[in-house]
Design a protein around this ligand. Structure first.
Ligand SMILES: *Cc1c(COP(=O)(O)O)cnc(C)c1O
Length: 394
């Protein structure tokens, strides 16, 4: 990387200049099929005409006032989110980690406002990812992200993913909430079975805990429902953090709560200079209208079934290298066998002009735009087949 930037990333030697639908166009003029979409962000693909028009229109009118004045687009979008979900209250943020911060603060403050300030501990799971703020890395509990950043923050209890007994044992009088991704993204694209989400809801109800979902990656239509937990019907959260796909590429996020879990967040408890900015709201409204228009989620379900079927053929053909196909909807993980590297596979796929991403647990991840069609699937599967064919043990 050029010197003035921090070395926090190591991008490949490519400079993308434009995007069109499911493609990114490099300055050489070459096309790349974007099956990672900024890590589940460009839900409507690149340069979606309605999103571009909304952003340009807003750019001509007003960019920023801060939340000291009403932003009409916030009310409009919050009403849509609440109309269609468990939520009654919304706080807008600029990013996922800020949405998680608001979720954590809302959960602790709920118990404080109900006379139980001693209930402040949050239960989380191994393999979790909740962003890079101090609250986020401590909630995520990944030692790699915590090391070197001072003492771990008090108040998080991490339980082994899938260990139901350990989970029950971790609940104490001091527990405020359980925080979980319905589909773990960074941790290796691991979907939580619907029955387990319902079990979490019951456990929370039995002990007066709040259930917080982090749907930053798996929400916004990615699994074929607007919010991933909707597959588990009765397992509704009290609080939910969203971001990534909800802005379709414009930075925005939100913390959604029930009335009980959010009404106590009054003047002075929380805030953001940029959150819910008019530009973000202009795009966020378009993205939500597209996601919720009749037939769109059905499209996501059918194209993701088609992708999974096509991928299972490739996985079978390379069963010496791929251990399993994971995930839900258009959040797909290929777990590689020991000795084969997920990052190497992502690099090889890129040589065949297919963009993917690496995730934890030796998984190569796909999170294409939700607008992909069968031609895109065919192209992706063929590139992946070649990349897997070339993959050597390391
Ligand atoms: C990406 C992600 C975050 C953090 O979002 P940022 O916008 O990068 O702050 C939090 N939680 C989950 C599940 C994520 O995938």
């Amino acid at each position: 990387m050029p010197k003035p930037l921090m070395d926090t990333y190591s991008p490949p030697n490519l400079d993308f200049e434009r995007g069109e639908g499911a493609y990114l166009i490099e300055k050489s003029g070459e096309n790349y099929l974007d099956f990672i979409s900024g890590i589940a962000v460009n839900a409507l693909g690149h340069a979606h005409p309605k999103a571009v028009a909304a952003l340009k229109d807003q750019a001509d009118k007003l960019w920023h006032t801060s939340n000291m004045f009403r932003v009409p687009g916030q009310l409009e979008l919050a009403e849509k989110y609440c109309r269609d979900s468990f939520a009654d209250r919304v706080f807008f943020t600029n990013s996922g980690t800020e949405a998680v911060e608001c979720a954590l603060k809302s959960a602790r403050h709920y118990h404080f406002a109900n006379g139980r300030p001693d209930k402040y501990r949050i239960i989380t799971f191994t393999g979790a990812f909740h962003g890079r703020s101090y609250g986020g890395i401590n909630a995520g509990g990944n030692p790699k992200y915590l090391e070197g950043f001072g003492p771990a923050m008090e108040g998080f209890d991490q339980v082994e993913f899938g260990d139901h007994e350990a989970l029950k044992a971790a609940v104490t009088e001091e527990t405020a909430a359980i925080l979980v991704e319905p589909v773990q993204g960074e941790g290796g694209v691991r979907a939580i079975p619907d029955v387990c989400l319902r079990g979490l809801r019951e456990l929370c109800d039995a002990h007066g805990l709040l259930l917080i979902y982090d749907e930053v990656q798996c929400g916004a239509g990615r699994t074929g429902k607007i919010w991933a937990h909707e597959w588990a019907e009765t397992a509704k959260p009290d609080i939910m953090a969203v971001a990534k796909g909800v802005g379709g590429g414009f930075p925005m996020g939100a913390c959604l709560t029930t009335d009980a879990a959010g009404a106590h967040m009054v003047v002075g408890t929380h805030g953001s200079t940029f959150g819910g900015n008019p530009l973000a709201m202009a795009v966020g409204n378009v993205v939500y209208d597209e996601l919720s228009k009749p037939g769109f989620m059905e499209h996501v379900v059918s194209i993701s079934n088609h992708l999974r079927q096509s991928l299972s053929g490739v996985v079978d053909a390379h069963s010496d290298k791929v251990e399993e196909l994971r995930g839900r909807g258009l959040l797909v993980g290929l777990k590689l066998k020991d000795g084969f590297g997920n990052r190497t596979l992502v690099g090889k796929a890129r040589e065949h002009h297919l963009l993917m991403g690496a995730a934890g647990d030796n998984v190569a991840r796909m999170a294409p735009p939700l607008i992909i069609n069968e031609d895109h699937v065919r192209e992706a599967v063929s590139a992946l087949d070649k990349a897997l064919g070339e993959l050597q043990p390391e």
